[in-house]
Ligand binder design. Structure first.
Ligand code: TYD
Length: 146
């Protein structure tokens, strides 16, 4: 598994790494900055976050989107992000609060192995639309190969 420390080479298509500026204020914490259509490659229409991850067995994601782009961050703790473009699979260990992973359309993604109290932040290019989801893996494979 690649630890996201030295910007690993991504073997999976339709994804990317986004390193946010990170300002360390010594004893006053760390400030990271994301700007729509600047270092985030789309206008941000929706922000959601996932908290209270207290169960080591939790698994989230397990879907792809037809048109939505998102950037996912691990703000605290750590988790494993699995990416699958229908041909290649790759796991990234997410723990750096300023390193986002761009999840483009047509990318199956799964989040698991959450540390206790892990917090995820997602920036999305559009509003929630269940019709944009592909939740069946075989349907996903058929969709990316079509
Ligand atoms: P889902 O996107 O499947 O969560 P995850 O990928 O983190 O496992 O969404 C879980 C549920 O929440 C699903 O019923 C749809 C709903 N939901 C919304 O209503 N609005 C949203 O913006 C999101 C992300 C999910």
């Amino acid at each position: 598994m690649n630890q996201v420390t030295e910007l690993p080479e991504l073997r999976v298509r339709r994804c990317g790494l986004i390193e946010l500026p990170r300002i360390v204020d010594q004893r006053d914490g760390v400030l990271c900055i994301a700007e729509g259509a600047r270092n985030i490659p789309f206008e941000i229409r929706r922000v959601y976050y996932i908290t209270h991850l207290e169960n080591a067995e939790s698994v989230r994601g397990k879907h792809a989107h037809r048109t939505l782009s998102q950037v996912i961050f691990c703000l605290s703790g750590s988790f494993v992000l699995e990416l699958d473009d229908g041909e290649q699979r790759q796991e990234l260990w997410m723990w750096r609060e300023n390193l986002g992973v761009l999840l483009g359309p047509g990318l199956w993604h799964t989040m698991r192995d959450f540390s206790n109290g892990c917090t995820l932040l997602v920036l999305a290019s559009d509003y929630y639309d269940e019709a944009d989801y592909i939740r069946d893996y075989d349907q996903f494979l058929a969709w990316v190969k079509a």
